[in-house]
Design a protein around this ligand. Structure first.
Ligand SMILES: NC(=O)C1=CN([C@@H]2O[C@H](COP(=O)(O)OP(=O)(O)OC[C@H]3O[C@@H](n4cnc5c(N)ncnc54)[C@H](O)[C@@H]3O)[C@@H](O)[C@H]2O)C=CC1
Ligand SMILES: O=C([O-])CC(=O)C(=O)O
Length: 286
């Protein structure tokens, strides 16, 4: 990899010899061009975080245009880069980025990723508290999107079986773990350190896959065929095998319980609306 760019990012320590550049909006347009030219990976965590009482969707009005502008700059200056979207609402900012790239004639669905790694980090951490295991050894599959009920942990696929209130509490905590942090910070923003860890993990996986390592799998919100025809849901997070060309293979959701199917049905309805909102914004404002 020639260059790794964090756009206004504090993504923590990334253990790589790659060249990391950071962009600050106050430094102006020329600096972003200079950062983006030749970039292989562009992380976009720019925009405002939530305050208590807000949903991620409440950030749309501010962050949609910020992401649109950075996506335009990326489409112009590094059209072949991997674009990693962290800015919320991810369920809408990923479709916005896709539309910007489509309009510029450089859209490659294999190179656009919504970063949902933090949902897996939380799902793994919270199950370890029930089971008294090391969270580093847990890897819970999480599918759907990155907001409330669109986040669907598939506990059954890890051989775990919580029941009744314990299951309900677990799912609520995974779906609304971000809200807990926002509440605890009392107006000072949302998750930062855990996001830095999650962003670094996803980026490192992408780098390993780019360098030829096989079998690198991460959950991520991508342009996905899984529910396109059946539900009109054009982007979906599931486990994705990464490779030198970005998305190598999108894994299907696989076998799930009836209860998980219920969660997935709710997810798909909400996700469709979030995606269409992003696309409608892009169609009117790009
Ligand atoms: N996908 C995920 O799992 C997560 C997503 N987030 C999202 O990441 C975003 C950033 O959150 P934080 O880093 O906590 O916020 P922050 O306020 O600490 O940082 C935001 C950064 O965006 C930059 N920025 C603002 N306007 C800009 C513009 N027009 N162009 C370029 N850069 C601009 C600011 O300079 C600042 O450095 C939020 O939307 C938040 O909801 C946060 C945590 C987890
Ligand atoms: O909750 C937020 O607003 C930030 C975020 O996406 C997360 O922590 O998962």
């Amino acid at each position: 990899m020639d260059a790794l760019l964090g756009v206004a990012a504090d993504v923590g320590h990334i253990n790589t010899k790659s060249n990391v550049k950071g962009y600050e909006p106050s430094k102006g347009e020329d600096q972003i061009k200079e950062c983006l030219k030749g970039a292989d990976i562009v992380l976009i965590p720019a925009g405002v975080p939530r305050k208590p009482g807000m949903t991620r969707d409440d950030l749309f009005n501010t962050n949609a245009s910020i992401v649109r502008d950075l996506a335009k700059a990326a489409a112009e200056n590094c059209p072949d880069a991997n674009i990693l979207i962290i800015s919320n609402p991810v369920n809408s900012t990923v479709p916005i980025t896709a539309e910007v790239f489509k309009k510029a004639g450089v859209y490659n669905p294999k190179r656009l990723f919504g970063v949902t790694t933090l949902d897996v980090v939380r799902a793994s951490r919270f199950i370890s508290q029930y089971k008294n295991t090391d969270p580093a050894n847990e890897s819970i599959v999480v599918v759907g999107g990155h907001s409330g009920e669109t986040i669907v942990p598939l506990l059954s696929q890890s051989g775990y079986n919580l029941d009744g209130q314990a299951l309900a509490d677990y799912i609520k905590r995974v779906q609304f773990g971000g809200d807990e942090v926002v509440q605890a910070k009392g107006g000072a923003g949302s998750a930062t350190l855990s996001m830095a860890m999650a962003g670094a993990r996803f980026t490192e996986s992408l780098l390993k896959a780019a360098q030829g390592q096989k079998g690198v799998i991460e959950p991520t919100f991508v342009d996905s065929p899984l529910y396109k025809e059946s539900h009109g849901v054009t982007y979906f997070a599931s486990n994705v095998e990464l490779g030198p060309n970005g998305v190598e293979k999108i894994h299907p959701v696989g076998k799930i319980t009836d209860h998980e199917q219920g969660l997935l049905d709710t997810c798909l309805k909400q996700l469709k609306g979030n995606i269409e909102k992003g696309e409608a914004f892009a169609n009117q404002n790009v």
